[in-house]
Design a protein around this ligand. Structure first.
Ligand SMILES: CC(C)(COP(=O)(O)OP(=O)(O)OC[C@H]1O[C@@H](n2cnc3c(N)ncnc32)[C@H](O)[C@@H]1OP(=O)(O)O)[C@@H](O)C(=O)NCCC(=O)NCCS
Length: 193
């Protein structure tokens, strides 16, 4: 069996893209976070862990690491010096340690400029290399074609749907499952058997 990926430290990561930078969230991102996150259009595509209305307390709890684990590769998307959205992934454990689940959002004022397509193009290959991932998964509500498009443009393949998996604002939704895979070398597979 191959060795488990070692514990990573992401505090000093800074990934520069075309028109944006990905870097860890900071406590002083609070005002920018509130400016972009308190928007019903954002939460429509996300899980209820992302609340609406998005209060100052919600922002403080998020930046304190009380909502999701900020020691994971969870980054702010900085545009023109301001945090305008986020992208992150939760790595699996034990026999799922070579896979991870990715999520992202962007402030509505910046939609439609190709930013998230470029963010995923930078983040996904970096993450898969960094964590030695064989699989990176993202799930998308059936009502969110823009997010599905971002994934498709980045080589994620649609594998199917978790039917009736989510109830959002009283409406039942399927969750479309997308993944990008990078299987281990054949040699490693042989080693593992
Ligand atoms: C989904 C989201 C990240 C997209 O960000 P973005 O920077 O606007 O995305 P891009 O501009 O890179 O690409 C969007 C693509 O979707 C397409 N699109 C937008 N609305 C669409 C719609 N209603 N139907 C089909 N395609 C649509 C765009 O045309 C574009 O594709 P193209 O380049 O082939 O023309 C952003 O809308 C968002 O943050 N939404 C709220 C949170 C969310 O849904 N997160 C994803 C959870 S899975």
């Amino acid at each position: 069996m191959s060795a488990p990926p070692h514990r990573h430290e992401f505090r000093d990561v800074r990934l520069a893209g075309d028109g944006f930078v990905l870097r860890p969230w900071r406590r002083d991102d609070l005002e920018d976070l509130l400016a972009h996150a308190d928007d019903p259009a954002i939460v429509r595509g996300l899980s209820d862990r992302f609340p609406h209305p998005y209060t100052r307390e919600d922002g403080e709890r998020f930046l304190a690491g009380d909502v999701i684990d900020l020691s994971d590769p969870v980054f702010a998307i900085e545009v023109d010096g301001h945090a305008c959205g986020g992208i992150g992934a939760a790595p699996g454990q034990a026999d799922r340690r070579h896979s991870a689940q990715m999520g992202y959002w962007l402030g509505q004022a910046l939609w439609g400029r190709g930013i998230m397509t470029r963010v995923v193009a930078l983040y996904a290959p970096w993450l898969m290399r960094e964590l030695e991932l064989y699989r990176l998964q993202a799930t998308v509500l059936d009502s969110n074609p823009a997010s599905a498009r971002v994934l498709q443009k980045n080589g994620f393949e649609e594998e199917g749907a978790q039917r009736c998996a989510v109830v959002k604002f009283g409406v039942v939704h399927d969750l479309r499952v997308f993944a990008k895979v990078s299987p281990p070398m054949r040699r490693n597979q042989t080693d593992a058997t």
